[in-house]
Design a protein around this ligand. Structure first.
Ligand code: PGA
Length: 254
């Protein structure tokens, strides 16, 4: 089965509900119902409003994080069930900003993947090496550890909707996009790991997205790579027209 290309916008901590509505209105005007292959991760506060608008356009909506707990006395946390209830279809897990600023470990990402699956949210596991790791030739070791720990104990059958996002930390929000050689090499490495850990079929069916300073001007060469199945886009997803541009470019490239 061919892997369908997916562009996911990640708004991070941006946009009020009214700004989100304006954004979705522009997407509707520009793309109508042709949003196949585009999804958005929005702040918790906007999930319910945006998901209602997105449904008419067949656009999946995701959370950017979920709690590792199901419910209880965890002030300030939001559970997988709450996100699902608000209208989310998927969630990011272990984004590098969560790992860096909130101390999320690979062990924690593993627990969160379980929560997401239990509540019918497709998990998008984000992995990526730091600049220091790359300079010390540790990229593959770090990615292998993040995948091994993050997916510990799961069977392929439970992870049917899993997506991996490879996002080198040094390329996120820096304007420094990884070279196509690095991207292809790392995506290939990740697919080989999935094959060894699960099966060749599972590896072949699992989408691996690239993230890190993707924008309309550089997406074509990235998306053309064999092992790249889409992109996770931060900054360039904040303007509706830029997200439309990214999608159109992908549509004509693949
Ligand atoms: P960026 O962010 O596109 O702004 O580099 C990517 C991400 O954090 O997912």
């Amino acid at each position: 089965m061919a892997r369908e290309t997916l562009i996911i916008g990640n708004w991070k901590m941006n946009k009020t509900i009214s700004e989100a509505i304006d954004f979705m209105d522009t997407i509707r005007q520009e793309m109508g119902k042709t949003t196949r292959g585009v999804a958005l991760c929005v702040p918790f506060t906007a999930i319910s409003t945006v998901s209602v608008m997105a449904k008419e356009m067949n656009m999946p909506i995701g959370a950017q994080n979920i709690s590792e707990h199901d419910h209880g006395a965890y002030t300030g946390e939001v559970s997988a069930e709450m996100c699902r209830d608000a209208g989310a279809d998927f969630t990011l897990i272990g984004h590098s900003e969560r790992r860096k600023y909130f101390g999320e470990t690979s062990e924690l990402t593993c627990v969160k993947i379980g929560r997401a699956i239990n509540h019918n949210l497709a998990p998008i596991l984000c992995v990526g090496e730091s600049l220091e790791d790359r300079e010390n030739n540790q990229s593959e070791r770090v990615i292998a550890e993040q995948l091994e720990e993050g997916l510990k104990g799961f069977e392929a059958g439970e992870l049917g909707r899993l997506i991996i996002a490879y996002e080198p930390v040094w390329a996120i929000g820096t304007g420094k996009v990884a070279s196509v050689e690095v991207i292809e090499e790392m995506h290939h490495f990740i697919r080989d790991l999935l094959s060894a850990r699960f099966s060749a079929e599972f590896a072949k069916a699992t989408r691996i997205l690239y993230g890190g300073s993707v924008k309309p001007s550089n997406i074509a060469s990235i998306i053309a790579l064999e092992d790249v199945d889409g992109a996770l886009v931060g900054g360039a997803s904040l303007e509706a027209k830029s997200l439309v541009q990214l999608t159109l470019t992908v549509g004509t490239t693949r």
